[in-house]
Design a binder for this molecule. Structure first.
Ligand code: GTP
Ligand code: MG
Length: 448
């Protein structure tokens, strides 16, 4: 899928299908989130429509009345304009108004229709034929955003694999080949078999490349594995990258876009500690995250997998942050991330009144309230991280003969030196560090 380039922003009409299992606030919040996803992609949301159905599995995802209404809003370009009488719509719910109010178009005709659910390839084909405009489902939109935001080799490979898996069953034969081109295939590829085979070959090649890249990442992680590490995890737009930037003094960009970060970045906590503490920023989550994408982010989330401390960052000013936190827990459980120590970080506190902050602290007594814009909060989080790392360390005395005093410099740069005593024949250092490094140092001293 490649979006057709257009001089002006495409006008998007969003459609929510509410079912007995997906309705009310949940459906309303999800539709608002879809609007942000679609805006992130550069579309202009010109209206929303909702339809009650008994399920989203029906061949025709819209009832006949709603289809006619939407065909009208999209300029009557498809077969729906003349197929009304033949349309079989036996779902009694589709005649009933949905609780989500529809928001009509004021001025513009929609050129793209986006469903807030997943559509099967045949549902997508049907509704596209009926409307005669481009139709997307939620997964299609998320994959497109991921494709645009991937920066590193690993992220690009992971996203491309997910995209091809999504596109493959949606490829179809057309006389002009237009659709294949829109779905990401090159000009001149006209037969369905050829396209499908090419996608399969491409997928196999990408998976091979990914394995190689992942091996390199694994080696790097192993080299760092003795250091105390902290992973920032959470829903998209919670403020992870902004937090990363604040506590590492780095230039990792925080952006008011969904899925601004797709790559795991690792930096040292700043001001620097001895030994260093590593902070990693990770990909954000979202409701109904496509399964392929979850699977493809296993390796990106491997940083979180090995982290000594997990910081669950939430946008506490977002009314739906509790359900967003559930999504984070579920996805992490799915990819097997547990983490020994955890802290819930209620971020964007600057957007909350004092009363709201107090109520949240009463609800989550173990959490830390922060705003990435408040230096005092950043200092508080820095201290919490350092204290937690320290509590993981052991204190030891090491005797270093003056003949080996070169080692003192090495110790200072990798361990926290609490006390230095200069005796007649040696230096006595009291140091704090992790058990592995201390063991290694003691062995080295024995061999001097
Ligand atoms: N008001 C307020 N805005 C914040 C705060 N922290 C971050 N933001 C804003 O929230 C938006 C998202 O921030 P990011 O740091 O990109 O969020 P993220 O969690 O990294 O998002 P993804 O990379 O999409 O997963 C940006 O516009 C930030 O400026 C905060 O404490 N208060
Ligand atoms: Mg980010």
């Amino acid at each position: 899928m490649q979006l057709t380039a257009k001089a002006s922003l495409p006008n998007a009409l969003l459609i929510s299908i509410s079912t007995p299992h997906f309705k009310g606030d949940e459906a309303t919040e999800s539709l608002a989130e879809l609007a942000r996803l679609v805006t992130t992609l550069g579309f202009k949301v010109v209206g929303t429509q909702s339809q009650k159905q008994s399920s989203t599995q029906k061949v025709n995802v819209l009832g006949s009345g709603k289809l006619a209404e939407i065909a009208h809003l999209t300029g009557n370009k498809g077969s729906a304009a003349d197929e009304d009488e033949n349309f079989l719509d036996d779902d009694p719910l589709s005649d009933m108004p949905s609780e989500i109010p529809s928001d009509g178009l004021d001025f513009a005709c929609a050129d793209v229709v986006v469903f807030d659910c997943d559509l099967t390839p045949s549902q997508l084909r049907n509704v596209e034929n009926q409307l005669g405009v481009e139709v997307f489902d939620r997964t299609g939109i998320i994959i497109e955003i991921f494709s645009r935001h991937a920066r590193t080799k690993t992220a690009k490979l992971q996203v491309e694999i997910a995209r091809l898996n999504y596109v493959a069953p949606r490829l179809r034969e057309t006389s002009t080949g237009d659709k294949e081109r829109q779905m990401g295939k090159g000009a001149g590829e006209t037969t369905l078999e050829l396209n499908r085979r090419k996608v399969r070959d491409q997928l196999a090649e990408l998976k091979r490349e990914l394995v190689n890249v992942q091996d390199v990442m694994m080696d790097r992680r192993e080299q760092r594995s003795e250091l105390f590490s902290v992973a920032l995890i959470g829903y998209t737009n919670a403020g992870k990258s902004s937090m990363m930037r604040a506590i590492t003094g780095s230039d990792v960009e925080g952006e008011n876009k969904l899925f601004a970060t797709l790559d795991t970045t690792v930096r040292a906590l700043y001001p620097i500690t001895q030994p260093r503490i590593l902070i990693s920023d990770t990909v954000g989550f979202i409701k109904k995250l496509p399964h392929d994408l979850v699977a493809s982010f296993h390796s990106t989330l491997a940083e979180a997998h090995d982290a000594s401390l997990l910081l669950y960052v939430v946008d506490a000013s977002d009314a739906s942050f509790r359900s967003q936190l559930d999504v984070v827990h579920n996805v992490l459980a799915e990819v097997g991330v547990q983490g020994s120590k955890k802290l819930l970080v209620l971020n964007k506190s600057d957007q909350l009144s004092d009363e709201q902050q107090q109520a949240l602290m009463a609800e989550f007594p173990d959490a830390m309230m922060t705003s990435t814009r408040n230096p005092a909060d950043i200092a508080k989080l820095h201290k919490y991280i350092v204290d937690t790392a320290q509590s993981d360390m052991i204190e030891e005395e090491v005797i270093i003969p003056y003949t080996a005093k070169g080692i003192v410099g090495e110790i200072r740069s990798s361990m926290s030196v609490i006390k230095e005593e200069y005796e007649y024949s040696h230096i006595k250092l009291t140091v704090r560090s992790n058990a592995i490094d201390l063991e290694r140092l003691k062995k080295r001293m024995l061999n001097l």
